[in-house]
Ligand binder design. Structure first.
Ligand code: PMP
Length: 378
């Protein structure tokens, strides 16, 4: 065989992956990074010292595999989640209801590995988080893209009808939604969990609360509904409000039978001893790490008002980011902002851009850059 012929067939990638780009926002070294919805505030020196000491302690036994069941971490995460259930609903989340992995993307991929697969489908409502179809693709699960209303809200009758029509074994429901920031109506969990339980094989409903800690006062977490719905999964992450994106720790709460099913598909020792130590130390500093959430909410609401004053359409948001438009040429606006040292995200429906909420100084830089870009006529 000639070299050219063998090069054409190499590497032997799955047909449906040919020509695809890996997922991810551009990683650019820019002064103001408002593109991946991180918490802009880093840990205090005390928190850094505690994390470093925990890693040093873990390092003394790195010749051994870590605790495969990460029991201590599951217990600490359960206690953390119980803060959302005990005062309002009077129950605690138990450690056997908790599962964790390297970011909530991995948690949800594991859910698809366990509950998706050939002959089954997963469904979400677009526009939504663009990794969802990738979990489906990678687990050979059929992807069904349901629809949201024009203002990005979910019409529950329409959503229920779409679930009953396609009978997905996994429904992915972000609340708040990315990239729009839209929160789910509180009745959504019961309506869609009941719909997904009404056919065979039934579906699990994953409420992805990656941005859940940013929700408005009075909005319940889906965690509160766990006792009523054995097919409900609530996914969370330490990457956003918890200010720990670099540590890669996502987790879920669900019926223990769901956690046990995931244990069948997880790789052995998937959570390193270092990851477990870092997450445990960070949880001890939860009040500090979450301490800027209120300020970020205020900054977000200020940004929404300001962008509307500039004549833009802005989606109502409960998250730490804002989707605004509509730009005739969003790429040109993205590029011009970049030239002013501000990186935002070109994502979501055509004509819209997503801006993460940063520090007050970063937002001031964004506003100045944005004004200049508009004055220059982009
Ligand atoms: N869900 C949503 C809605 C997200 O926006 C993200 C990150 N952008 C994730 C899950 C995954 O985050 P991580 O893997 O860092 O937990």
């Amino acid at each position: 065989m000639s070299g050219a012929a063998s090069a054409a067939a190499f590497p032997p990638l799955r047909e449906e992956l040919r020509g695809l780009e890996p997922y991810g926002a551009p990683q650019l070294d820019v002064p103001v990074q408002l593109n991946v919805n991180e918490n802009p505030y880093g840990p205090s020196p005390e928190c850094v010292a505690d994390i470093a000491a925990a890693v040093a302690a873990a390092a003394t036994t790195l010749n051994r595999y870590p605790d495969r069941e990460f029991t201590e971490l599951r217990t600490a995460l359960a206690a953390y989640l119980s803060r959302d259930t005990l005062p309002t609903r009077g129950f605690e989340v138990r450690p056997e209801q908790v599962w964790a992995a390297n970011g909530s993307n991995e948690v949800m991929l594991q859910l698809l590995q366990a509950f998706g697969g050939p002959g089954r489908c997963a469904l979400s409502f677009a526009p939504t988080y663009s990794m969802y179809p990738e979990y489906a693709r990678d687990t050979v699960t059929t992807w069904v893209q349901g629809r949201r209303e024009d203002d990005f809200t979910l019409d529950l009758d329409a959503a229920r009808a779409q679930v009953l029509e396609h009978r997905p074994t996994v429904v992915l429901l972000p609340s708040p939604n990315n990239p729009t920031g839209t929160a789910l109506p509180p009745e959504a969990v019961a309506v869609l969990c009941e719909a997904a339980a009404s056919y065979e094989p039934s579906g699990v409903v994953v409420v992805d609360e990656a941005y859940g800690e940013f929700r408005r006062a009075g909005t319940p977490s889906a965690l509160e509904s766990l006792p009523e719905h054995p097919n409900l999964v609530v996914s969370r992450t330490m990457s956003k409000a918890f200010a720990l994106a670099g540590a890669r720790l996502g987790y879920l709460a669900a019926d223990p039978r769901i956690c046990d099913a995931i244990r069948v598909v997880r790789l052995p020792y998937h959570l390193s001893a270092v990851t477990q130590a870092v997450a445990l130390a960070a949880l001890r500093h939860a009040p500090e790490l979450l301490g800027k959430v209120d300020e970020l909410r205020v900054e977000r609401d200020g940004l929404v008002t300001w962008l509307r004053e500039q004549g833009l359409e802005v989606a109502d948001t409960d998250a730490n980011f804002v989707l605004c438009g509509r730009f005739a040429d969003r790429h040109a606006v993205w590029q011009d902002l970049l030239e002013h040292g501000v990186l935002v995200r070109e994502v979501g429906p055509e004509g819209w851009l997503r801006v993460s909420v940063g520090t007050p100084q970063e937002m001031e830089t964004f506003r100045t850059a944005f004004r200049r870009v508009r004055e220059a006529g982009t």
